[in-house]
Design a protein around this ligand. Sequence first.
Ligand SMILES: C[S@@+](CC[C@H](N)C(=O)[O-])C[C@H]1O[C@@H](n2cnc3c(N)ncnc32)[C@H](O)[C@@H]1O
Length: 199
Amino acid sequence: MYVNQNSKSKQLARDKVLARLNNYENPTVISLPADNFIFEQSVRQTYPKSKIVTLEQNKLVFNSGKQLAKNLNINHLNGEIFDYLKNNNKYDVIWLDLCGYLSGNMINNLIPIVQGRNTKKETILALTVMATREKLAKHSSIYGFSNLKQFRKKGLTSLLQSFASMNDCTIEQLDFFSYKGDKKHAAKMNLYIYKLTKN
Ligand SMILES: C[S@@+](CC[C@H](N)C(=O)[O-])C[C@H]1O[C@@H](n2cnc3c(N)ncnc32)[C@H](O)[C@@H]1O
């Protein structure tokens, strides 16, 4: 079990993403459940006919979640989500509940998504990243922000927006939630929720 799994704040984050499914009758969702499927279980209960695809890159964690996925009628795959999304990108909601910090590599991986490459006309993109320990203090200056805090809060969104507009797409920030798990050594996390539109 990872450190934030049972934190109240983590549940609040899940609820915030779940609330974004309200506009859909049978949403198609792709997410990273670890092996707990707490969010995906809520999706299945609220939207019995939803299509849910989940990815897990760690083989042990993947195996430990297989049976639960089967019970919930979820297409659970062992693999890397950004690789998978390159060819399978048509979802109403994409939740990248990542455990790492915001890296240049991660930003590169987000570009085709925010540029609407193979996506639906509208997509909700939720992204959770660690708000500390970036090895990316350089981001703030590379992209013209005075400090890392500014970059985290506003810079990522404007950066993604600039990539989106290159391909006539728009990104609107619907929510930003900064939280820390209950455990003493839990890292601070940031949840960004965007609406992506192909114009
Ligand atoms: C923070 S946990 C997910 C927590 C879960 N969504 C919840 O609500 O409790 C992230 C999981 O995704 C996996 N993961 C991280 N990056 C991934 C990637 N790029 N592709 C596939 N799996 C990834 C990790 O191994 C980990 O099990």
